[in-house]
Design a protein around this ligand. Sequence first.
Ligand code: GTP
Ligand code: MN
Ligand code: MN
Ligand code: MN
Ligand code: MN
Ligand code: MN
Length: 198
Amino acid sequence: MIELTREEAEAVVGLHAAHVVIYAKTNGTVLSGSSTKNIEQARALVMATIRFDGKIGFPGGFIDPGETWLEGVNRELREELDVDTSNDHLITDDHYVFSFLDKASGFCLHLYACEVTEEKFVDIERGAHDAEHYGFETLGVCRIPLHTSDKGTGLPSFLQHYFIGYAKEELLRALKHTGILSEEEIELAVKIARESES
Ligand code: GTP
Ligand code: MN
Ligand code: MN
Ligand code: MN
Ligand code: MN
Ligand code: MN
């Protein structure tokens, strides 16, 4: 991954794609262990998708010729999640996080992080099944567990899934950028995930 400034990214000739980490604040709780006593604050609701290829990714996709990044990413959210972006774009420049070059594919990739209300988040989850590309390109929408336990459950286990491209790095970047988790919490989850893998 080669990080680019916004200006450098805008100058890249070739394929561009943009993906979004959609999240919401919540007071909700989540099970963090096998006992019903293991309950923790959910911290936030963060949305990932299960892709047609079996990998974990984020909603979004290629920017088509003639589209701006925002037109492209909002269209992809309509196709993949049935988010109504006909009048108002859900994703705006305010949600921009960063851009990078994926050396393996040569694509120029952009990440957005978009906070919505908990109600809107649930609305998007429910509506995803009606999306044009649901069942074809997108096989599911899920919430990412954010707690970290020394047994490796929660975020450390989730990090061991197979992610598309740099989606795992994007997740960590978004968690840090939004302040959903502290740097220490992220580092701990990554460390436990790495130890469990080997
Ligand atoms: P089509 O409509 O079938 O063209 O797919 P799409 O436009 O929805 O594209 P997709 O979401 O698959 O993203 C385009 C490319 O970006 C993929 O081929 C992957 O290499 C990469 N990619 C897909 N999802 C993610 C993601 O969440 N993060 C990152 N970094 N890359 C991704
Ligand atoms: Mn049960
Ligand atoms: Mn798509
Ligand atoms: Mn896509
Ligand atoms: Mn597409
Ligand atoms: Mn498509």
